[in-house]
Design a protein around this ligand. Structure first.
Ligand code: PEP
Ligand code: MN
Length: 264
């Protein structure tokens, strides 16, 4: 099936017990896996909060080469072990073709980050890897470019693709990016693929994550992905936008409530 075919039945992407496109999926966890203790603590809190999936970056695409680059495959192993212990499926970002297979063996879902949305060789390799894919919108990508990127994954043989709106570059510097929530109902008219929202990378600010997560749920998103950390003040990556673990339960309850009242 092509990305833009809009059949009667919408695509439901199953990742372990999480079902994108049926109910509301909450993905939470640290921006980056930093240590075994950190990811185990995060995983336990995410599970207790009633969230559905654990996130954690192992390969981090950072603006500066001097910023923490992630723990690599060791980080992915820690993520997978923590997720398994809690009975949660997990997702991590892949940034290089060479890492696709080792990561596909470890985690339940592969993420293509905003900076790689048009890395076509990576899209082809991930599309062949046999795992569901979370495809983030590029920093300055149009909806058409984003859907074309998703087409690469489908064309390569992977039908289970979830789109993730994570904010786009605009003239407005008050938030890290500008969250384009209009794409959620728009994409429902353009594609059968489920769409989720990442209010953490969209805003860069912890205090804006809950209100925008509520809004994403109300406007019909299939889920959200948020950064959450045991100690955001000490986080090695994106602490300012990371929720405290104690906030994840409220986030999960509220968004699932709003989603149950969302427009079709
Ligand atoms: C992330 O989700 O860890 C990430 C790097 O996000 P983005 O690719 O949207 O910037
Ligand atoms: Mn981040």
């Amino acid at each position: 099936m092509k990305v833009k075919e809009t059949p009667e039945t919408r695509t439901i992407v199953e990742v372990g017990s999480a079902r994108f496109g049926n109910g509301f999926v909450v993905i939470a966890g640290p921006c980056a896996v930093e240590s075994e203790e950190q990811i185990e603590e995060a995983a336990a809190a995410v599970a207790i909060a009633g969230a559905d999936m654990l996130r954690g970056g192992a390969f981090k695409p950072r603006t500066s080469p001097y910023s923490f680059q992630g723990l690599g495959l060791d980080g992915a192993r820690l993520l997978a072990a923590a997720a398994r212990r809690q009975g949660l499926p997990c997702v991590t970002e892949v940034v290089a073709v060479a890492d696709v297979h080792p990561l596909a063996e470890l985690v339940d879902m592969l993420q293509i980050g905003a900076r790689n949305m048009q890395n076509f060789e990576l899209l082809k390799a991930v599309g062949r890897a046999g795992r569901p894919v979370l495809l983030k919108r590029g920093l300055s990508a149009t909806v058409e470019e984003w859907l074309s990127a998703a087409e690469y994954l489908l064309d390569a043989g992977q039908p289970n693709v979830v789109l993730c709106e994570r904010g786009i570059r605009t003239f407005e510097p008050s938030t890290r990016n500008t969250l384009d929530l209009a794409v959620v109902p728009l994409l429902r008219r353009l594609t059968h693929l489920p769409v989720i929202v990442d209010p953490s990378h969209a805003t860069g600010r912890r205090d804006l994550v809950l209100p925008l997560a509520d809004a994403a749920a109300a406007v019909g998103a299939a889920g959200i992905m948020v950064d959450a950390h045991p100690n955001p003040e000490q986080a090695r990556c994106d602490g300012a936008q990371s929720l405290h673990l104690s906030e994840v339960q409220k986030l999960t309850r509220r968004t699932k409530f709003f989603a149950s009242h969302a427009r079709e």
